[in-house]
Ligand binder design. Structure first.
Ligand code: SF4
Length: 370
C-alpha cells in the first residue's frame, strides 16, 4: 500500500526558496525556521525534503478546495461580500495544540492526521484557477494549512490567477522570512497573519518565535500588502488585559488602519481543557483594541452576539458602512472610490469599484467547487 509520505513525496518539484550548501546540504528559507537539511532528511514541516542535494517541495495537488466568503478568511476590508477560491495542501511548520485544521496541518507529524491523505487531489494551476472563475471568485487564497511552506505552488497558481484578473492572498501564521515575502510580493495583494500570543515562551510551545511574526506583520505592511491580523482569544492562554493590550499596541505601532480580529476559541485537537471564549471576553478584547488606538477592531466566531464588532464603521464620522451577520453582508455603503458616502473619508482597504454589485444576503458559508 502506498503511504501518505510516498504519495506526497511524489507530488513535488524542485523548490526556489533555498540555497545549496556544502556536502549536499541545503538551507530552506520558505519560513522562519530556516532549516538546514542534510541529504535524505526533511525540514521541520516534513513536506520539504533534501533529495540528492536538491530541495523538493510540494507541487501539483490540493487537499482542500472550495469557495469561501472572503469574510471567512477573514478579510473584512478586501472585496467584502465577494468570494475566495480557497485551496490548501498538507503540513505545517507549527504544531499548535488547538489547531482547528489539524487533520491537514499535522500530516507526517502526527500519525492521527495521516488520514488526510485521502483528500489529496492532483490538479494543475490552470484547472484550479478555472474552478475559481467558474465559481465567480474574485480572490484566490492559499489557506487551510500553512501556505509559506508551499509558497512555490502558490506562486504557480497565483501567476495564472493574476493573468485572469484575480487577486491573491495568503492566510498565514506569519512565520515568514524577508526572502519569502519578497518572493511572494509580486503576486500577493493581501496577507492575513495570526498573532497568536505576545509571549515568546507561548509561541515556542506552538512551534514558533514571536519576533518572526511581529517582523512579518511589519514587513508585509511595508511591502504594501493589505494586512489583517487575527488573534484567537484562548481563555487562560492569551486573554489577559495586559497581553491583549500588548498585541493591540504592537499592531497600532505598525499602522492604526490594520484591522484586528479577535476571534472565539473552541476546544479542539489536543487543547480541550479551556472553555469556549465567551462573548464577554471578546467584547473586552475588542474594547482593548479600540483603547489602544486601532480604528478597525472586529470580533468573530460568535455571529449575532457582538453585532457592533461585526460591522464596519467609518473611522471619521462613525457612519455604518458594512453591516454583517457572520459571513453574510446585510448592507454595504462604501463608494466606488473606497470612501465614506457621508464624510468622504478614505476607508482603508481594497474595495470593489462596483458597489452596486456587492452581494447582499449571500450564502455566508463555503461551497464546493464544480
Ligand atoms: S518551510 Fe520552514 S519548516 Fe519547512 S523546510 Fe523550509 S524552513 Fe524548514
Amino acid at each position: 500500500m502506498v503511504t501518505v509520505e510516498e504519495r506526497l513525496d511524489a507530488l513535488t518539484r524542485q523548490g526556489e526558496l533555498y540555497e545549496r550548501l556544502d556536502d549536499k546540504a541545503v538551507r530552506c528559507y520558505a519560513c522562519g525556521h530556516r532549516c538546514l537539511i542534510r541529504e535524505g532528511r526533511r525540514g521541520i514541516c516534513k513536506v520539504r525534503f533534501n533529495e540528492g542535494g536538491e530541495l523538493r517541495v510540494p507541487w501539483g495537488y490540493v487537499s482542500g478546495l472550495q469557495v469561501d466568503p472572503i469574510e471567512k478568511k477573514p478579510f473584512y476590508h478586501m472585496f467584502s461580500g465577494g468570494d475566495a477560491l480557497s485551496f490548501g495542501m498538507l503540513g505545517c511548520d507549527f504544531h499548535c495544540s488547538y489547531c482547528q485544521n489539524w487533520l491537514s496541518s499535522q500530516t507526517l507529524r502526527d500519525p492521527a492526521s495521516d488520514a488526510s491523505g485521502r483528500y489529496i487531489r492532483q490538479i494543475t494551476p490552470e484547472e484550479l484557477v478555472e474552478y475559481g472563475l467558474r465559481g465567480g471568485a474574485e480572490v484566490v487564497a492559499s489557506t487551510y494549512n500553512e501556505p509559506l511552506i508551499t509558497s512555490e505552488w502558490a506562486v504557480s497558481v497565483f501567476k495564472i490567477a493574476q493573468e485572469k484578473g484575480m487577486k491573491c492572498v495568503f492566510i498565514s501564521n506569519g512565520n515568514a522570512t524577508p526572502e519569502a515575502l519578497d518572493y511572494l510580493r509580486p503576486y500577493l495583494a493581501g496577507y492575513k497573519i495570526d498573532l497568536k500570543t505576545m509571549q515568546d515562551k507561548q509561541y515556542r510551545r506552538l512551534g514558533g518565535v514571536l519576533q518572526h511574526v511581529l517582523d512579518s506583520i511589519q514587513r508585509a505592511h511595508e511591502l504594501g500588502l493589505w494586512v489583517e491580523v487575527v488573534t484567537l482569544v484562548v481563555p487562560g492562554f492569551n486573554d489577559s488585559n495586559e497581553e491583549l493590550m500588548d498585541a493591540a499596541r504592537f499592531i497600532r505601532s505598525v499602522n492604526e488602519d490594520i484591522p484586528w480580529h479577535v476571534t472565539a476559541f473552541h476546544p479542539d485537537y489536543k487543547m480541550t481543557a479551556p472553555p469556549r471564549t465567551s462573548a464577554k471576553t471578546l467584547l473586552r478584547a475588542a474594547e482593548i483594541g479600540q483603547e489602544a488606538g486601532l480604528r478597525y477592531v472586529y470580533a468573530g466566531n460568535l455571529p449575532g452576539s457582538l453585532a457592533e464588532y461585526e460591522h464596519t464603521y467609518c473611522h471619521q464620522c462613525k457612519t455604518l458602512l458594512i453591516e454583517r451577520y457572520g459571513y453574510v453582508i446585510l448592507s454595504y455603503r462604501i463608494t466606488a472610490e473606497g470612501t465614506c458616502p457621508k464624510c468622504d473619508a478614505k476607508i482603508p482597504g481594497v474595495w470593489t469599484n462596483r458597489p452596486d454589485q456587492v452581494r447582499i444576503g449571500g450564502p455566508g458559508f463555503p461551497r464546493p467547487v464544480r
